[in-house]
Design a protein around this ligand. Structure first.
Ligand SMILES: Nc1ncnc2c1ncn2[C@@H]1O[C@H](COP(=O)(O)OP(=O)(O)OP(=O)(O)O)[C@@H](O)[C@H]1O
Ligand SMILES: [Mg+2]
Length: 396
């Protein structure tokens, strides 16, 4: 399966009509789910996200208006377009339909061609309305979450996370989307690396944590040069305290639903919020530098990791400043931390620091530099892991 499929739910109690719609929509390339009653439809959308709902009015138990109203009250389905099929086309009926929150309606009997046309128009309109930022077919599995972590400050986590994200955003298919989430809530500096304004940040979502889709534009930003989205940390450090581990959990679940790749830049120590990140991570990139003291901390972290719910199988060590001549070679490092070194990144010296200060990621400024190539390899690796997961999910 290459192209994402739109998933349409048909709510129709009349079996032959439901079967006909099912067949026609499948023929048009849609994935189709069918429910025969209102309660069945409401239960189904809780389990299976859908992109559009075709809703009959005359249903046993709850009628179509009641179902529409309930769908509109639930944050999970508030935005799903509803096309209502009404038997009676008089004005009061149509007004009642719109009042119940439907987006469009068709009066029975209708032409199938018109139905398909309206379905496509609705999907296109809603997709445009959502600016293409948040619209992601419900048939796609959850995005891949890659967390960059290190047990010490200043080892290069943010530099590598930002540059790997930019490289990743450039590499994936234009239909796919990537976001970087700065969870160094006190002193996050992803904004500086990407030269993004600090006017929008995760703080703007905290009082809307139950309806993130609606308020996303307040907080999410886009780095135009790479098409990478960003959810930044608070501008004022005192706001960092407002963010709970539950918030981090909900935000990450949401980002993974809306983006194909979610890169998380972590603070240099672990607390409950970092544990919430680990909970969602499919890949953990551990950044270390060749210094024995910090490496000892790292080995303690690796020992602890399984008890924190982080499987050693998805921890990958990046040795940053690998070429610093400090007399600690890779073999020694692997022995001290008891884990293989997956990637090495050289020190890029002053040009790298200058690029940070200018807010232009080094992989964009000097894509052929050895340091850029090493970081691009990390991006490729994450893309590949995301793809692998997607494949297994698809065939499951
Ligand atoms: N390989 C490298 N080559 C050149 N400069 C580097 C390299 N790695 C990191 N730096 C520089 O070192 C400084 C610290 O890096 P960075 O901010 O990425 O570390 P960090 O681990 O995120 O720190 P913190 O724990 O404070 O979040 C930055 O100025 C960065 O540009
Ligand atoms: Mg950092």
């Amino acid at each position: 399966m290459t192209e994402p499929q739109w998933r349409v739910l048909v709510v129709e109690d009349d079996i032959p009509s439901a079967q006909l719609l099912d067949r026609i929509l499948r023929h048009e390339g849609f994935e189709v789910l069918v429910a025969h009653t209102g309660p069945e439809a409401l239960a189904l959308v809780q389990r299976e996200p859908v992109d559009l709902i075709i809703l009959d009015v005359m249903l046993p138990g709850l009628d179509g208006f009641q179902v529409a109203r309930q769908l509109r009250q639930d944050p999970a389905t508030r935005h799903v377009p509803i096309l209502m099929l009404t038997a009676r086309g008089d004005l009061s009926d149509r007004i009642a339909a719109f009042e119940a929150g439907v987006d469009d309606y068709l009066t029975k009997p209708y032409e199938l061609e018109e139905l398909i046309y309206r379905v496509r128009a609705l999907l296109a309109r809603v997709a445009r309305y959502r600016e293409g930022i948040l619209w992601r077919p419900a048939s796609l599995p959850k995005g891949h979450v890659a967390a960059f972590f290190g047990t010490k400050g200043g080892v290069g986590k943010t530099l590598i996370a930002v540059n790997a994200s930019v490289a990743l955003a450039q590499r994936i298919h234009p239909d796919r989307r990537a976001v970087i989430f700065d969870t160094d809530f006190f002193f996050g500096d992803v904004a500086i690396h990407l030269n993004l304004p600090t006017t929008h940040s995760v703080v703007d979502l905290l009082d809307q944590i139950e309806s993130l889709d609606e308020y996303a534009e307040r907080a999410l930003q886009i780095h135009e040069e790479s098409n990478l989205h960003a959810l930044l940390s608070p501008y004022r450090p005192e706001d960092a305290e407002l963010i709970t581990p539950e918030d981090v959990d909900k935000l990450l679940a949401w980002l993974a639903e809306r983006f194909d790749f979610v890169v998380v830049d972590c603070p240099p120590a672990y607390d409950d919020r970092v544990l919430a990140v680990f909970n969602h991570a499919d890949t953990v990139i551990l950044v270390v530098t060749p210094e024995i003291g910090p490496l000892k901390n790292m080995s303690m972290f690796l020992e602890l990791a399984p008890r924190l719910g982080v499987s050693l199988n998805y921890i990958f060590v990046v040795l940053n400043r690998a070429n610093s001549n400090v007399g600690v070679d890779v073999e020694t490092i692997e022995r001290v931390i008891g884990h293989p070194v997956a990637f090495q990144v050289i020190s890029g010296g002053r040009p790298v620091v200058l690029s940070v200060n200018r807010g232009v990621p080094f992989v964009l400024e000097a894509p052929n530099h050895r340091l850029s190539r090493q970081i691009q390899a990390i991006a490729d690796f994450i893309v590949q892991r995301g793809g692998e997961r997607r494949l297994t999910t698809d065939s499951a």
